[in-house]
Design a protein around this ligand. Structure first.
Ligand SMILES: CC/C=C/CC(=O)SCCNC(=O)CCNC(=O)[C@H](O)C(C)(C)COP(=O)(O)OP(=O)(O)OC[C@H]1O[C@@H](n2cnc3c(N)ncnc32)[C@H](O)[C@@H]1OP(=O)(O)O
Length: 719
C-alpha cells in the first residue's frame, strides 16, 4: 500500500500504491506510518519524498471506510509525526491532492506540484469538514479569507493558483517526483521550524467577525439547511482564535456532529450514486464495460429553440463540429446569433477561444448526409418528429445515429419510422442544455448497445452526468414529476397557498418550491402537454371544469391560470406576480388568492389548515412511490439512477441524497404507512397507492437503498 525505496543514496521515497486514486485506506495509513518510522530512524536517510503511484498523489480518505467503525491507525497522529520529524519531507504532487491527501501534503515541509495537478479540500461536498488538521493548517498557511473560500466551497484549484496562494513552493512541467527528490536534497540541514505549518500564527484580519458573518450569510443562502459549510466556518474561526491544539479539538468536535447528522451519509451516497449511474446495463447483457462507443466527430442539431441552442453549444465546446438546422430563415438567423453569443460568453468565462469555426447553419436537411450523429430538438409534437425522422432516414448515411431530445414521447415510435431502429435512442437534455448537467439516455427496445454506449460516452464528453433510462412516457424524471405536481395542486384545492407549499419545500432544502420553479420554467409547457394527452382542451366546460378526468382526480386550477395568459416569469404573472415580464422576484398575488377562494367555494370545498409535514409527505412520498414503480417496471436499473436524475435534473437537495435515499432514511415502514393513510383519504388518486415494491421491501425488513436491487432482480428490465 506504500512502496519504500532509497534513492540518490539518502532520500527515502515513499510511494502510495492504492489504485485508482491512492486513497488513505487503513492499510495505506499503516504503511505511511511504518515507512516514516523507517525513514526517520535510518541514519542513511537525510530527507523524505512522498508521492503517489500512477501520477496521482492522493484522492483523500477512503470514503467507503466512513460507513463503518474506524479500523487501523487514525490519520492525525500519522500526519503529526511527519510534520514533527527532524528530516525534511517533500510532497511530490501529481494528479490530485484532495481532502486527506491535501492534508498529507500540508504536513510535509515542502510541496512541489506538477503544473497539471489539482488540489483542494472537497470535504464539504461530502457533508464533512477537513478534519485531519486541514481546517487549522490551511488558514495558518494562506490566511483566513482564502482558506475560508477554499474550505467552504470545496473548490479544486490548479497548481498555478496554489503557487500564487502560497500553498505549494514550486510548480514544474517535469516529473514532480524527480524534482522533489532534488529539492529534498537541497533542503537537508535547513531549519524546519518555520516549515511546520501548525506552528505558524494565523494571519488574522481586523474584521474577522464581519468576514465570518458574511461567509455565514453566503453559505446559508446558497445551501439551505446544509450543516457542513457552517461547521467549516466555525472550524476556521477556531484557527483564527485558538492555539493549534485547541483548534484541532474543535475541528474534531465539529466533525463528530457532522458525522452523526445524517447529512454526511446523504452526501457520500450521492458521490457513489453518481459513479454507479455511469455503469449502465441492458437486458441483452451489454453494459458499460463490454460495449464500445463510436467516436463522434460531427453532429447535427435540428431545431434552434432554447433546447437546440444549448445542445449546439454543449457539442461545439468539446470540439465536435455541428450543423444546426432550422426550418425558416428568420429562425435560423436568430438561432445563429444566439448560439454565437452563448459560445463567445462561455469561451470568455473559461479563458479559451470560442470554437465558432466548428459551426455551420443551414435550412436544408440534405446537408446532414455525412454527420456521425443527429440530435432532433424540434417542437414536442409526435407527428412533426416522425416526419423529421423519416426525412433523416432518407438523407443521412445508413450508419448515422439518430437521437431525439424529446422529454417524454415514445422513442421507439420514432425508431419505427426509420430504416435503422437499432441506431435510434433518446438523448433527453435538461434546460438550459449547456448548463444543466443531466442527460437521460433513453434506451428503446430496439436501440443497440453500441448506440447506447455512444450516447452515454458523448454525454460524458460534454461534461454531463448521463443516466440510462427505459422508454416510457416521461422516462424517469418527468414521469415522477407528474404525481409530485399533482399533489401540489391538490393541496391548493384543499386549502394551501402557493407560498405555503413553496416555503415548506424550500425549508426542506429545495432552492425553489414547485410553484416558483413552474413560473421559471413556463406554465404553458405543462398546459400543452395536458392538452395533447386529452386532459384539457376546447371541449372542457371552462365555467365548471370537472375535477375528475380520465377516471382520476384532476385539478383544473393550473389550466385556469394559463387561460388567463399567466405563463410565469416570462409574462410577468403566473402563480406569483412579478414587476415586469422576465423579472425573477416572485411576490404573492392577491388575484391567485382570489382565484383559489372562488374555486373552493364554487366546488364547496371547505379549506383546511395544512401542515408543512403533510406538504412534504404528500409531495415527496408520492414522488418516491412513482420511483418504486419505475424500478418495478424496469425503466431505471437502480435507485441510485433515480436519485442522480433528481439531484442533477431537478435540483433535489443533495443533503437529502435524492428521493429514494430520502425515503430510505425516513424509514420505508413509515413511508408505507403515510401513503396508505393518504390513499385512504384520497382513493381517487392512484399515485398515492403504495407500490408493490415498497410493500415488498418493507416486508423484507426495509433493507438499505444499496441493497434494493437484489429485490428488483426478478422483475422485467427495459434497460
Ligand atoms: C480524517 C481524515 C478525513 C479526510 C477527509 C477526506 O479526505 S474525504 C475525501 C476527500 N476526497 C475527495 O472528495 C475526492 C473524491 N474523488 C474525486 O473527486 C475523484 O474520484 C477524483 C479523485 C478527482 C478522480 O476522478 P476520476 O473522474 O478520475 O475518477 P472517479 O471519480 O470515477 O473515481 C474512480 C474510482 O475511485 C473511487 N474513488 C475516488 N475517490 C475515492 C475516495 N476518496 N475514496 C474511495 N473511493 C474513491 C470512485 O468511487 C471510483 O470507483 P469505481 O468503483 O471505479 O466507481
Amino acid at each position: 500500500m506504500a512502496r519504500y525505496e532509497l534513492v540518490k543514496r539518502s532520500v527515502a521515497l515513499i510511494t502510495l500504491t492504492n489504485p485508482p486514486v491512492n486513497a488513505l485506506s487503513s492499510p495505506v495509513r499503516h504503511a505511511i506510518a511504518k515507512s516514516m518510522e523507517r525513514a526517520l530512524s535510518d541514519p542513511k536517510v537525510t530527507a523524505v519524498v512522498i508521492c503517489g503511484e500512477n501520477g496521482r498523489f492522493c484522492g483523500g480518505a477512503d470514503i467507503r471506510e466512513f460507513a463503518g467503525p474506524l479500523r487501523g491507525p487514525p490519520l492525525i497522529p500519522v500526519l503529526d509525526a511527519i510534520e514533527a520529524g527532524r528530516k525534511p519531507v517533500v510532497a511530490a504532487i501529481e494528479g490530485v491532492a484532495l481532502g486527506g491527501g491535501f492534508e498529507l501534503a500540508l504536513v510535509c515541509h515542502y510541496r512541489i506540484a506538477h503544473s497539471k495537478a489539482r488540489l483542494g479540500l472537497p470535504e464539504v461536498t461530502l457533508g464533512i469538514l477537513p478534519a485531519a488538521g486541514g481546517s487549522q493548517r490551511l488558514p495558518r498557511l494562506i490566511g483566513i479569507p482564502a482558506a475560508l473560500e477554499l474550505i467552504t466551497t470545496g473548490r479544486h484549484i490548479s497548481a498555478q493558483e496554489a503557487l500564487k496562494l502560497g500553498i505549494v513552493d514550486q510548480v514544474t512541467d517535469q516529473n514532480a517526483c524527480e524534482m522533489a527528490v532534488e529539492f529534498a536534497l537541497k533542503s537537508v540541514g535547513k531549519p524546519l521550524s518555520s516549515r511546520r505549518v501548525s506552528m505558524l500564527t494565523t494571519p488574522c484580519p481586523p474584521d474577522l467577525d464581519a468576514l465570518l458573518e458574511a461567509a455565514t450569510m453566503q453559505v446559508k443562502k446558497k445551501a439551505r439547511g446544509v450543516m457542513a459549510p457552517l461547521a467549516c466556518i466555525q472550524a476556521v474561526r477556531a484557527a483564527a482564535t485558538m492555539p493549534f491544539s485547541k483548534g484541532m479539538k474543535r475541528e474534531s468536535e465539529l466533525m463528530t456532529t457532522l458525522f452523526n447528522s445524517g447529512q454526511a451519509q446523504a452526501f457520500q451516497y450521492c458521490f457513489f450514486a453518481q459513479r454507479t449511474a455511469g455503469k449502465w446495463t441492458l437486458p441483452s447483457g451489454a453494459q458499460w464495460n463490454n460495449s464500445k462507443p463510436r467516436e463522434i466527430r460531427s453532429a447535427a442539431v435540428i431545431g434552434l429553440g432554447t433546447m437546440g441552442r444549448g445542445i449546439v453549444v454543449s457539442l461545439a465546446r468539446v470540439g465536435i463540429s455541428v450543423i444546426a438546422v432550422e426550418s425558416e430563415k428568420k429562425l435560423l438567423e436568430n438561432g445563429r446569433q444566439m448560439v454565437i453569443g452563448m459560445l463567445e460568453r462561455d469561451a470568455k468565462r473559461r479563458g479559451v477561444s470560442a470554437s465558432l469555426n466548428l459551426l455551420k447553419f443551414t435550412l436544408s436537411l440534405q446537408d446532414l448526409k455525412d454527420v456521425d450523429l443527429v440530435i432532433e430538438a424540434v417542437f414536442e409534437d409526435m407527428a412533426l418528429k416522425k416526419r423529421v425522422f423519416q426525412e433523416l432516414s432518407k438523407v443521412c448515411r445508413p450508419t448515422t445515429l439518430l437521437c431525439t431530445n424529446t422529454s417524454g414521447l415514445d422513442v421507439d415510435a420514432l425508431a419505427g419510422v426509420t430504416n435503422r431502429p437499432h441506431l435510434v435512442a433518446g438523448m433527453h437534455f435538461f434546460s438550459p442544455a449547456h448548463v444543466m448537467k443531466l442527460l437521460e439516455v433513453v434506451c428503446g427496445p430496439r436501440s443497440s448497445s453500441e448506440t447506447i454506449a455512444t450516447a452515454m460516452s458523448l454525454g460524458k464528453k460534454m461534461g454531463k452526468v448521463s443516466v440510462a433510462v427505459g422508454n416510457c412516457p416521461g422516462f424517469v424524471g418527468n414521469r415522477m414529476l407528474k404525481p409530485y405536481l399533482d399533489q401540489a395542486t391538490f393541496l391548493l384545492e384543499e386549502g394551501a397557498t402557493p407560498e405555503q407549499i413553496d416555503k415548506a419545500l424550500e425549508d426542506f432544502g429545495f432552492a425553489m418550491g414547485v410553484f416558483r420553479m413552474s413560473d421559471l420554467a413556463g406554465l404553458d409547457v405543462g398546459w400543452r402537454v395536458r392538452k395533447e394527452s386529452g386532459l384539457t382542451g376546447p371541449d372542457v366546460d371552462s365555467k365548471n371544469p370537472p375535477r375528475r378526468r380520465q377516471g382520476h382526480r384532476y385539478c383544473p386550477i393550473p389550466d385556469m391560470v394559463c387561460e388567463q395568459g399567466r405563463f410565469g416569469q416570462k409574462t410577468g404573472r403566473g402563480w406569483y406576480m412579478y414587476d415586469k415580464p422576465g423579472d425573477t422576484n416572485a411576490k404573492p398575488d392577491p388575484l391567485i388568492q382570489n382565484l383559489l377562494e372562488t374555486y373552493r367555494s364554487r366546488y364547496g370545498i371547505q379549506p383546511r389548515n395544512i401542515s408543512d409535514q403533510e406538504i412534504i409527505e404528500r409531495c415527496l412520498f408520492v414522488l418516491a412511490n412513482e420511483g418504486f414503480r419505475i424500478l418495478e417496471d424496469g425503466m431505471a436499473a437502480r435507485p441510485e439512477d433515480i436519485d442522480v436524475i433528481y439531484l442533477f435534473g431537478y435540483a433535489f437537495p443533495r443533503h437529502r441524497g435524492g428521493p429514494m435515499f430520502y425515503v430510505s432514511m425516513v424509514g420505508l415502514e413509515r413511508v408505507l404507512e403515510r401513503l396508505e393513510h393518504y390513499h385512504q383519504a384520497h382513493p381517487d388518486v392512484p399515485h398515492l397507492e403504495p407500490s408493490a415494491l415498497l410493500k415488498k421491501l418493507v416486508a423484507c425488513g426495509s433493507p438499505p437503498v444499496q441493497k434494493w436491487r437484489e429485490y428488483i432482480k426478478t422483475m422485467h428490465s427495459h434497460l
